[in-house]
Design a protein around this ligand. Structure first.
Ligand code: PLP
Length: 397
């Protein structure tokens, strides 16, 4: 039996090999320290769990409207007003089974086969596959470390062709932790306003932002930009709700309707009691989230300070999300014992084998010179993991 070309075109996640190896080692009783995780290590706050339990007891276990319950759409409309200065109608909101699902839907309704979608690199690996699954062509544009991995207006202008349909912007960024300032967004906005293209803004790390920086939504900069923007957000990262599977879009009504129609024949509504829990997450006590952010700042400071002190490593200070993205190209061409390190994939493999720490090679995000370390793990693990990393690094020759 043959598979469809669509299936054959999808690449397996480049992180899977490392992940499988780490799990195998853990099973053998080796204490692997993982910097690989892409989700907060905090439990979902109790008030949110309570709201889900109540919904279950009340029998809220049936289908809901495809685009979400009115109460959740209203909570999202309020949140967008309160946090982002954006005015949307409930008809502009579609709730899906996670932000990844929202992104998939958006690509399906915006992208025709052969359309180009601009993807600044380093990028979250699923964007590339989501574009390809819609028949689109990812137009990868490398950003520069010295620009804090932010796409510049000139780089954007140069990448736009008559086939460009959309651009994806992710701030705070996975994997770099970099944040687009208002100035930086205004620069890009001027370019975007001149062209007939859509912008998909992935704002999933909005709340995980540090150093007094503000999260700015591109769509809030002007009515013209709002008309071109599909805002994607979700509950997974901000409220430690990765398993609940709630994401959403806010977009011009015509686009929201197309997404809801598309979803009506694929997933239908997102999980009913997760939707009720999400109403509480957005409207209820924000205290637990604020505590989580404080803890992330402490860890970020610690892991960053230790990394910049390591000879040969360059590392930008991430202002958001929960990742550090150091440049490790210093190690290329060196050996650790019998292991020759030629790129970040070799480095990640050697770190796992010799230092028993798991990191994600930059190749998973379209760049080779870097590794990604998630600090969504305990301070104790971070300390021990960094000790192991330093020892390994000093043994390179
Ligand atoms: C985690 C993540 C998402 C998706 O999260 P969901 O759990 O599907 O809501 C989307 N974009 C980025 C950049 C992420 O890191």
């Amino acid at each position: 039996m043959r598979l469809a070309e669509r299936a054959l075109a999808i690449s397996a996640s480049p992180t899977l090999a490392i992940d499988a190896q780490a799990k195998k080692m853990a099973k053998e009783g080796i204490k692997v320290i993982s910097f690989g995780v892409g989700e907060p290590d905090f439990d979902t706050p109790q008030n949110i769990k309570d709201a889900a339990e109540l919904a279950l007891r009340q029998g809220k276990t049936k289908y809901t409207p495809v685009a979400g319950i009115d109460e959740l759409k209203a909570a999202i409309v309020n949140k967008l007003k309160r946090d982002n200065g954006l005015d949307y109608d409930p008809a502009d909101i579609v709730v899906s089974s996670g932000a990844k699902h929202s992104l998939f839907n958006v690509a399906q309704v915006l992208v025709n086969p052969g359309d180009e979608v601009i993807l600044p690199s380093p990028y979250w690996v699923s964007y590339e596959e989501i574009i390809k699954m819609a028949g689109g062509i990812p137009q990868i544009v490398n950003t520069r470390e010295e620009n804090d991995f932010r796409l510049t207006p000139a780089e954007l202008e140069a990448a736009i062709t008559p086939r460009t349909r959309a651009i994806i912007l992710n701030s705070p960024s996975n994997p770099t932790g970099s944040v687009y300032t208002r100035d930086a967004l205004e620069g890009l906005g001027k370019v975007i306003e001149k062209h007939d293209i859509a912008v998909v803004t992935d704002e999933i790390y909005e709340k995980l932002i540090y150093d007094g920086m503000d999260h700015v939504s591109l769509g809030s900069l002007s009515p013209a930009l709002k008309e071109k923007t599909v805002l994607v957000n979700g509950l997974s990262k901000s409220y430690s709700m990765t398993g609940w599977r709630i994401g959403y879009i806010a977009a011009p009504t015509r686009i929201a309707k197309a997404v809801a129609d598309f979803q009506s024949h694929s997933a239908s509504n997102a999980n009913t009691f997760s939707q009720w829990a999400s109403v509480e997450a957005l409207n209820g006590d924000q205290g637990p989230m604020i505590e989580m952010v404080k803890e992330f700042v402490k860890r970020r400071d610690y892991i960053y300070e230790r990394f910049v002190a390591i000879p040969g490593i360059s590392c930008r200070k991430p202002n958001g999300a929960f990742y550090l993205f150091p440049n490790v190209s210093f190690s290329f061409g060196k050996r650790h014992g019998s292991d020759l390190i030629q790129d970040s994939t070799d480095l990640a493999a050697a770190l796992l084998k010799k230092a028993e720490i798991a990191v994600v090679p930059g190749s998973a995000f379209g760049v080779s010179d870097f590794i990604r370390l998630s600090y969504a793990t305990s301070m104790e693990n971070i300390r021990e993991g960094l000790d192991r990393f330093e020892k390994f690094w000093n043994e390179l020759d």
